[in-house]
Design a protein around this ligand. Structure first.
Ligand code: PMP
Length: 802
């Protein structure tokens, strides 16, 4: 016979907390009531007479009662369970049923006095609480072959259960201390010593150590609430004729206040008893759970570890019971299958396991926080191979080997080597990578409605009103598309339709996009030849062009090239339809354009009957220290095109023009874009405007941009390779020369510099015909300290270059 009913768990100190406690786990101490006595109690208090069949239970004595076509469970609680704990269970069941009546949990019945439970004293002298609940028809999932679909259904049901319980609280939730409390599992680590096999001990200790050092601190920070915490396959009831249909969840005796992940982990570990492919089973349960109660990133990252821990806890409890209470009838047969499961999962590894769970629930790819170089290189090799195979070997990238990023925030991209890279290159995430407000707007709209402009919805109109409100009053109508290229394509079509002309002007090394007609507007690639209907203008570059900074009337000299170009078009039989201009002159290497140049060209364009298409894909949304680049140059736009930063990364392109132009164009073409201006894109667009406005990002861009250029000018004093510093707002160009007098392009050095900057974890890009210009377009959330980091890296890289 056992001598001790309780074990004092004084395990000393770990994790800074002293853990002591008394917990009953060695003896089940089942209530001693004969069937006749139970029958009498049910008759006395519930007025029910029926057939009684014993039911299994770990700590309660349970009878199934069949009476007048109805089935009940008569429960006689363990002597150790006080009224609070029973009240907790009754109230939880009532809450769940009230919250989500379709959840298959038992109803609870009142006795003749209207009470849900009462204390009685049995003939053996023990005092126990009795209650009557509904018997849920079906068979325990344990007795069936649990399919993958059933696993997902179990997950779904547990997710719904936890949604229902999320609005429930009971003061006894913290009192219900029991051995199966996963988050308190470290109390049981010492019992691992009772296991005979050294390798099993080693495996389990490894799990408990990891739990203490890595899992618990993170688990403690995840969502906690009252959870069922016992959805093993003996407690999940399924339809006898359709094992994939769940008809019940029973046994609320292990409920406690704990992490949601633990509820999922119990369900996952139990289901996996039936399936040797443990990881698939866990993933199925997790994805089902995630369907009805979306997991957070912190939670999905812990599921694998908590399942492993749960197995280890089960093994430890079972081993302890075997060793310390050999006479007690076993509840679980042996610790061995649990050790085997732990071993199998450890062989998969928490990183691979977590990656698979993330993939199943469509979380972004796992990005290890503590990477090991060898495994991240191996992953990259594989990706590179697939990249070559599926995207082509010529898919462009900037470095000797393309970088591997899986996540970003604000001004930083996080590579899978575990390091943060400062993004000074990419002008798409204008309001910062993964800006939370924009991300939420996209997600919320995607969850509500994603449709197109054939229907009415308010967000597109709110967006169009706000966007046109940022432009000159005559620009009052919008067309929405999906990219900058498309926007320019439409703008060019508009210009031809409205003017009836066919000729176009552009900068001689412009880039405006990828559609057929717009590729012709993009001679930035050295091999491109302009077709006869297009003419390129001399770039007004006073550092490298034919007219330098000290040339008198330099603006007029460059602008005069427009006369030449318009005349050449005429010779080729084309009257001018439009001049397409990127106000930032990005592909020309961000030259500082002489003050009146753009206005002087505009006059010539208008005189020739052409329109001004102002491509704001680069210069818009505050890049140049004010909302629009064409306003910076003081020109009037007929058509404005937008892309890249409009949706902060979500595909969205916009053409803004006058209502007159727009109507003539739609009349002529009947344009409709399936995705252009869809509800989700408009949510992104509105959110970008919100952030720019409320966080004063344009002012920030001006302030930090000026600071950055001032620091770059200072750097030029000690770094002779820097020939020229230029730009405006949060846009800077840095031209490298090997000889300042001759302004000899430092082409080779600039290429090396990109790689050296990458090694210093700063991303920059190069530009210009000679490839000797750094183009810096950081997000508008850039801070002075980011500018300092960029300048320090540049200084250091240039020193290495010398
Ligand atoms: N215009 C300019 C000035 C651009 O820089 C770009 C892209 N770099 C585009 C148009 C084309 O935009 P998208 O790649 O979205 O088609």
């Amino acid at each position: 016979m056992m001598t001790c009913a309780t074990v004092n768990l004084d395990l000393g100190s770990f994790g800074g907390a002293l853990v002591t406690g008394e917990i009953k786990f060695l003896e089940r101490n089942l209530p001693q009531y004969a069937r006749e006595e139970a029958e009498k109690l049910v008759l006395q208090f519930y007025g029910i007479e029926g057939e009684f069949h014993p039911l299994a239970g770990e700590r309660d004595l349970n009878y199934r009662v069949e009476a007048s076509g109805k089935s009940y469970v008569f429960k006689i609680s363990n002597e150790g369970d006080d009224e609070d704990v029973v009240n907790f269970q009754v109230e939880a069941l009532r809450h769940i049923r009230a919250h989500d009546a379709s959840l298959p949990v038992p109803d609870v019945f009142t006795d003749r006095d209207g009470s849900y439970y009462r204390r009685v004293t049995g003939s053996s002298g023990s005092s126990n609480i009795i209650r009557l609940v509904e018997y849920l028809e079906g068979v325990p999932a344990y007795d069936t072959k649990v399919s993958r679909k059933t696993c997902r259904e179990i997950g779904r049901m547990m997710g719904r259960m936890d949604v229902a319980l999320s609005s429930f609280y009971h003061h006894a939730a913290r009192k219900n201390d029991h051995p199966w409390d996963t988050s308190n599992c470290l109390r049981f680590q010492p019992f691992v010593d009772h296991i005979a096999e050294a390798d099993a001990r080693e495996i389990l200790n490894r799990v408990f150590d990891r739990y203490r050092d890595h899992v618990k601190p993170r688990l403690d920070r995840t969502r906690h609430q009252i959870i069922h915490h016992d959805a093993h396959s003996g407690n999940v009831i399924v339809d006898p004729d359709d094992h994939e249909r769940i008809t019940g969840l029973i046994d609320f005796g292990d409920m406690l206040h704990g992490p949601i992940v633990a509820d999922l982990a119990v369900a996952a570990d139990a289901a996996s008893e039936h399936n040797p492919d443990l990881l698939t089973t866990i993933a199925d349960v997790a994805s089902g759970f995630d369907d009805s109660y979306p997991l957070t990133e912190d939670e999905i990252d812990l599921v694998f570890d908590v399942v492993v821990t749960r197995y280890a806890l089960t093994a430890a409890i079972t081993a302890a019971r075997d060793a310390l209470a050999p006479d007690e009838p076993p509840h679980l047969v042996s610790y061995e299958p649990y050790v085997t499961a732990v071993d199998a999962l450890l062989k998969i590894g928490h990183e691979v396991g977590t990656r698979e769970l993330r993939r199943t629930c469509r979380f972004p790819t796992y990005c290890p926080t503590t990477p090991d170089e060898a495994s991240s290189n191996a992953i990259e090799d594989e990706l590179l191979q697939k990249r070559h195979a599926y995207l082509g070997e010529k898919a462009t990238h900037f470095y000797e080997r393309p970088m591997h990023f899986e996540r970003a925030r604000g001004a930083y991209l996080y590579a899978t080597d575990g390091h943060a890279y400062l993004d000074c290159y990419n002008n798409v995430p204008q309001v910062g990578h993964c800006n939370p407000h924009v991300v939420r707007a996209i997600a919320r709209q995607a969850a509500a409605l994603n449709t197109n402009t054939r229907y009415m919805y308010s967000s597109i109109l709110e967006y169009a009103e706000r966007l046109t409100g940022k432009l000159a009053p005559h620009l009052d109508a919008c067309i929405f598309v999906n990219s900058g290229s498309e926007a320019n394509d439409i703008a060019w079509q508009m210009a031809k339709i409205v003017t009836g002309n066919s000729g176009g002007l552009l900068m001689e090394d412009a880039y405006h996009g990828i559609t057929g007609p717009i590729q012709e507007f993009s001679p930035s690639h050295p091999d491109t030849r302009l077709p006869p209907h297009l003419q390129g203008l001399l770039v007004p570059d006073t550092y490298r062009g034919p007219y330098r900074e000290d040339t008198p009337d330099v603006a007029a000299k460059y602008a005069a090239d427009a006369d030449r170009a318009i005349a050449d078009l005429a010779t080729a039989g084309h009257k001018l339809a439009a001049f397409m201009i990127d106000s930032a002159l990005c592909s020309s290497g961000v030259p500082d354009v002489p003050d009146t140049y753009m206005r002087e060209v505009e006059q010539r364009v208008r005189a020739a009957g052409g329109l001004m298409i102002c491509d704001e894909v680069q210069s818009g949304f505050g890049r140049m220290g004010q909302w629009w680049g064409h306003e910076f140059h003081g020109v009037k736009a007929d058509i404005v095109t937008m892309g890249k930063p409009v949706g902060n990364g979500h595909p969205l392109g916009v053409i803004v023009t006058t209502a007159g132009i727009l109507n003539r164009f739609i009349d002529a073409t009947g344009l409709f874009s399936t995705f252009g201006g869809n509800t989700v894109a408009c949510a992104a667009g509105n959110a970008v405007l919100d952030v720019i406005e409320r966080d004063d990002l344009i002012e920030n861009g001006r302030d930090v941009g000026d600071y950055l250029r001032a620091r770059l000018h200072d750097l030029a004093a000690t770094q002779p390779l820097i020939g020229n510093v230029r730009g405006t707002g949060m846009l800077a160009g840095l031209e490298f020369v090997t000889d300042r007098e001759q302004r000899t392009p430092a082409t080779k050095e600039t290429l090396q510099l990109l790689e050296l900057m990458r090694q210093r974890r700063v991303l920059v890009g190069k530009e210009g015909r000679d490839g000797n210009i750094l183009k810096l377009r950081p997000p508008l959330v850039f801070e002075r300290e980011h500018a300092d980091q960029l300048v320090a890296a540049l200084d250091d890289a240039l020193k290495e270059l010398v």
